[in-house]
Ligand binder design. Sequence first.
Ligand code: ZN
Length: 570
Amino acid sequence: MRCSKAFHPTFRDDPSDAEAPSHKLLLRAGFMRQLMAGVYTLLPLGYRVAQKITEIVREEMNELGAQELRLPTLHPRDLWERSGRWDSMGLEMFRFEDRRGSDVGLGMTAEEVFAHLASELRSYKQLPQIWYQIHTKYRDEARPKSGLLRVREFTMKDSYSLDIDEAGLDHSFDMHFKAYRKIFKRIGFEPVAVEASSGSMGGNESIEFMLKSDAGEDWIASCEGCGYAANVEKATSDLPSEADEAGPDAPEKFPTPGVRTIEDLEKFEGGAPGSRQIKTLVYKVDGKTVLLLLRGDDSLSEQKLVDTVEGEEIRPAAADEIQEALGAQPGSLGGVGVSDHFIIADEALRGRTNMTTGANEDDFHLRGVSVERDIDIKAWLDLREVKDGEACVQCGKALAVFKTIEVGHIFKLGTRYSEAMGASVLDQNGKARPIIMGSYGIGIERALAAVVESSHDENGIIWPVNVAPFEVVITVVKPKDVECMEAGERLYDALKGAGIDVLIDDRDERPGVKFNDADLIGFPYRVTVGPKGIAAGVVEMVVRRDGETSEVKVEHAAETITEAVLANRR
Ligand SMILES: [Zn+2]
């Protein structure tokens, strides 16, 4: 490709409405344009990268024996009703009515359609199967943002495993886990594998692949010592035991005018630090009032609550419900003396004495509270969110808590969808058994953005060779200089002949403009062909990642560059 003929529109300044580095850089470097909120056009450079990522994903899926097929993106309402997700997906699913008045949904994931297809299978002998597609998905995100990281239309590789038993599912899941590791490594980053909540997918086990990035929105806790990693919503840690004084024989009530928060009570004279306070939250579980007690300086992980407490509807109680249940407003609540509501305490409160908590009377608190002596606790649970620096439960090293982007997610689904769609096969004994499914996804554009998030500097993007839009750019310093241009053309032809993805910058622009563009777009290798060098029989080769510059004799240039590129293809 020649730059003079290419549509590679770059611009100098950061777009004002972009924050994430990948959002800014992919716009500036001419990889994409926004059409509307969360909907993007991939320009030629962006599309080349997306194609390379797609090809890596396809190779690794084929390698594990998966078969590629293509589903429609228009899904009939009936299938989604059978799984119960026509309702539960809510506004996130794009829907419309066709001319005959039938409801249609735009595919946001395809468990229903794959399970429906699997209902053609008849015998266990046809299993296992792994089917996949690489196709467009639609999700009407509430807050599309950060460029390609959170969009409403995107390409996803989604695969589905079909097995006769749990052992088969475990194997399919494990194969995907390993394939995903390889895929991400080849694309150019290494995410942390995290056990996750399955959310709307249902099923009993799922692993998310999370890449550390400030542009992300999901917090994870991870241990460098032993590899433990978990979503902050689920992570646990070892807390040092607190040395409490015994305190008085019974709690003492004291006035705390205007004190409404943990922080207020920390500053209040005669108050207590957050670690010596009991925070009282009120929830409604299927209409019943439940008190949740946590250490004052801890936060509730609502996910842990949902995961451990049985209930159809779990939600924070409203102010009037709290007033009715406890006779006070948030800020003055506590569990002491409460006997008509279920009380759950976080494990971090076990054995604590001489604590301070609300008195269920506005503007009053109680001090000298011994948790187990004074509060009728019905259940002890792990409800708190872990914090950076707390000890790993497995090895004791300090956990790091950081923001991440989800770049892949694998689920053990079980039989939820196969039962709903009637996908069962006859087993060895001639008995019908529902097929056991797994589902596995990687977003192509998100992976593209994730590479940029993890590989850029102040000058632009730094593409790994494997997914670079072009592996090499030949920058002809003076295209009007015949010798210079001819030398550039010869090198261009030689590299193309060697199977290298090469671009020649033959534009009639100042060299500085071309160098800046090359750095911004992020080609792994730049070869500068200039009049002085050609006179001396050399070209200059620059490695984008570290700026390493070397002179190469013109006659060896094609070979040297080819070797460098091939050494970095994976
Ligand atoms: Zn550890």
